[in-house]
Design a protein around this ligand. Structure first.
Ligand code: FCB
Length: 787
């Protein structure tokens, strides 16, 4: 790895928000906010008690060398009723904070709305009421009048998407409403409030003003696998729609003064358009000085006609939200630094005039407090990788002026409470003691150096350990997490590799295990004639065994090229832990494509091309040997094979077993090719039986399927030949009809239920990370009256 220094004057900082760190929710005249009401009074206490401890926190920031600190002002602390009475002590707090920051040489960046609406405003309709936007502008003025002489960078809103849609559509955030209409209307009123607030700030002389958006690249599972691949045509509309809902709903009004065309029908359908007044978009689209970009993780989607809308994305019917196949943070957010580069490239292309700042980026990982500190290597790696991505984007022309890490302190993570650890400074919530994590010290060095140093000693990765132990990454992950479901020898091999390589498990190792979906795809190709019984046995038994093991089964039909693509995408997106595949009879590309996803796959039947995918098969050659030997034992010497279709591997194996047995006895083979059904067996047999004058040239037929054997018997009857006196017949498969023929058919029984059960067990072994080899089940000759 190389050094990556940042441009001169690049701003290094951290971000926090009022409700998440201040505590003191009922002190000095603060009014209740929607978060107090939503989560319960006292939920925001003590938080980090920053209200009292801000001098200490500012000292910490100074010691880290931060150039900027983005905090938010609590509206209910300043205006307890939302408007009207100004709470002096509340404003005094921010006044002191700003002074301390300036004294410490840290530039204060103020965010006016980071989700803590005064409850009194909510009681008057909250963001669904247009008036709230005007009250916001009044509040902006009050704050500016007090701090504007010292704060020169202002953000109106933090992440309006979250406030509007998680707050009003999915209801997981305050105020906890579940109405698509309310969400769209609120989003518009927040945009309007941004416009009005911006106008108020500007009128009073604010130097720099902007807004902070949470932006995520929207990708398809195929793109996640290969960033250079384009958007599959069938997913293009789904991607554009989610991008419009999540990103462009805010980018376009703010930076272009318009809503994206494809969004308007969605808004109209849910909420009408009456709330969007003439002139609103002009106001919203007034130039800003700085766009704050919060980036954590990408969004992955694909078209799925039957998918219902995601509650947080009203209008997303027919779009499947996919998981991203990569390591995740403790929050479960996929880690994808390249997503930041994609996002910045796109912003640079579409809004080249806009100055950007990364206003949030960071990660929740579980920390372990040890006697010698908190060695949060995962957090360091996360930030380092994102900084490298950022540096590359700046090289490519993205106009990014600074990076503000989320967050300074472990704090209240909204609905998730105190268990999330985003801080580079640990907070003991009982004693309020602060403790710098390794990431804080590391960040201090980054700031001092204005970038990243040369390579840190390379740690062995999960991949290295997996390769050394000869097992999958998931197995290593299971072993290092102490899961019981690993065999002793595998565990020993992994632990040996861990020790030899000096491997320290990181987030990737841990999260792979936690990312189990406990679902399995059962992929069925349409069986050709004759395969239905086996397919239905597979459905019945595989389902019952896997369900018994706690797996959910997703049945997927692989009948068209399009369905193949969907299945691959589903698996690539790690929507399942494993796949049971019943491949098509003919040429099969699905097996290898599925195998390449890295998800465990097991296969019914031996594949045509040698493959590493473990399969369950039956001993076709052995069955054919037994059948042929049986005919020989009965004194038959002129034995013909009626076989087909020859593209089936099972048929090839049966023929091979038959020929080998004849060869052992020095007999000449005779082969008549047929297709699938009894009619084609009869046709092939008619040819065979037509030779010879008084008696036919053959005295026995080995048919590679019962269907063909039934056709052979039909042809014998036509020629007036007795079975078995003149012609002995053996079939293969022991289908139900075999025992109902007259005379009843001698055949080779292929165990359907056993294959299905073995298939399910093979997958469970693979999911447990055990070594698996093909399973070949014995066949059995069932002697009946035709021989
Ligand atoms: C962002 C919020 C911030 C914090 C981080 C983890 O969406 O702006 O308050 O919750 O996520």
């Amino acid at each position: 790895m190389r050094t990556a220094l940042f441009p001169e004057g690049f701003v290094w900082g951290v971000s926090t928000s009022a409700f998440q760190i201040e505590g003191a929710t009922d002190r000095d005249g603060r009014g209740p906010s929607i978060w107090d009401a939503f989560a319960g009074g006292g939920y925001g206490d003590p938080a980090c008690d920053h209200y009292e401890r801000h001098p200490e926190d500012v000292r910490l920031m100074r010691d880290l060398g931060l150039a900027a600190y983005r905090f938010s002002v609590s509206w209910p602390r300043v205006l307890p009723g939302g408007h009207g009475h100004v709470n002096g002590p509340g404003l005094d707090f921010y006044d002191r904070l700003v002074d301390e920051l300036l004294q410490a040489g840290i530039a204060p960046y103020a965010t006016l709305y980071h989700w803590d609406l005064p409850q009194a405003m909510q009681d008057a309709g909250g963001w669904t009421a247009r008036d709230t936007a005007h009250r916001f502008a009044d509040y902006a003025q009050v704050v500016y009048d007090r701090l504007g002489d010292r704060v020169d960078t202002w953000f109106t809103f933090n992440e309006p998407w979250v406030a509007a849609f998680l707050g009003h559509a999915s209801g997981v955030h305050a105020p906890g409403l579940r109405s698509a209409a309310d969400a769209f209307v609120s989003a518009h009123h927040m945009l309007l409030a941004h416009g009005l607030g911006l106008e108020a700030l500007r009128a009073r002389g604010a130097a720099k003003a902007g807004v902070v958006l949470n932006l995520s690249p929207v990708l398809t599972p195929a793109q996640l696998g290969d960033m250079s691949s384009g958007i599959p045509e069938e997913d293009a509309e789904a991607v554009a729609r989610i991008d419009a809902l999540h990103n462009r709903q805010f980018l376009e009004p703010v930076l272009r003064g318009r809503y994206p065309a494809e969004l308007l029908p969605l808004i109209e359908k849910a909420a009408g358009l009456g709330h969007i007044h003439d002139g609103d978009l002009d106001l919203i689209g007034r130039p800003i000085d700085l766009l704050g970009v919060n980036y954590y993780t990408p969004i992955a989607v694909q078209a799925q006609p039957s998918a219902p809308a995601d509650p947080a994305f009203p209008g997303s019917e027919g779009v499947l939200f996919c998981s991203v196949p990569t390591a995740v943070t403790a929050m479960g957010w996929p880690i994808m630094p390249s997503g930041l580069s994609l996002l910045l490239r796109r912003l640079a292309e579409e809004y080249p005039e806009t100055e950007l700042m990364i206003t949030e980026n960071g990660a929740d990982f579980e920390d372990v407090v040890t006697a010698d500190g908190i060695h949060d290597v995962d957090r360091i790696s996360f930030v380092e990788e994102h900084l490298r991505a950022l540096r590359t984007s700046i090289d490519e022309g993205a106009r990014v002026r600074g990076y503000l890490l989320w967050s300074l302190l472990d704090c209240v993570e909204w609905a998730d409470g105190y268990r999330r650890k985003f801080g580079i400074v640990h907070v003991d919530f009982t004693t309020q003691r602060r403790l710098l994590k390794d990431s804080a010290l590391w960040y201090r060095d980054v700031i001092a150096r204005n970038g990243l140093g040369a390579e840190r000693p390379k740690r062995p990765t999960l991949e290295t350990v997996a390769a050394r132990a000869g097992v999958s990454r998931a197995t290593v992950s299971r072993v290092v997490n102490g899961e019981a479901r690993v065999s002793p020898d595998v565990r020993a091999a992994v632990l040996r590799a861990v020790q030899e390589l000096g491997y320290v498990p990181n987030a990737a190792a841990r999260s792979l295990v936690t990312r189990r979906t406990d679902s399995v795809a059962l992929v069925l190709s349409v069986p050709r004639h004759g395969g239905e019984a086996l397919t239905s046995a597979v459905v019945q038994y595989v389902t019952s065994v896997l369900e018994g093991a706690g797996k959910q089964i997703t049945l997927m039909l692989a009948d068209t090229a399009e369905s193949h693509r969907r299945i691959i995408r589903h698996v690539e997106a790690r929507q399942v832990d494993g796949v049971v595949l019943v491949p098509p009879d003919g040429p099969d590309t699905l097996t290898e494509r599925l195998a390449r996803t890295g998800v465990p796959v097991v296969l019914l039947g031996k594949p045509a091309i040698a493959s590493l995918v473990p399969h369950v098969d039956v001993d076709n050659a052995g069955g054919a040997r037994a059948a042929t030997r049986h005919l020989l034992d009965r004194g038959r010497r002129r034995i013909s094979a009626v076989c087909g279709p020859m593209d089936l591997v099972a048929v090839q194996d049966r023929l091979a077993g038959h020929l080998a047995t004849l060869h052992e006895d020095g007999l000449r083979p005779m082969v008549a090719l047929a297709g699938l059904d009894s009619e084609s067996g009869a046709a092939a047999a008619r040819e065979l039986l037509s030779g010879g004058q008084t008696r036919p040239l053959v005295d026995a037929v080995f048919a590679t399927s019962d269907e063909l054997a039934i056709g052979v018997m039909e042809a014998a009857r036509e020629r007036g030949l007795g079975v078995p006196e003149d012609l002995a017949v053996v079939g293969f498969g022991d289908i139900h009809a075999a025992s109902c023929t007259t005379p009843a058919l001698t055949t080779v029984r292929v165990p359907a239920a056993d294959q299905a059960l073995a298939l399910a067990r093979l997958l469970l072994s693979r999911l447990d990370g055990r070594h698996t080899s093909p399973v070949v089940l014995p066949t059995r000759l069932v002697v009946r009256a035709t021989t």
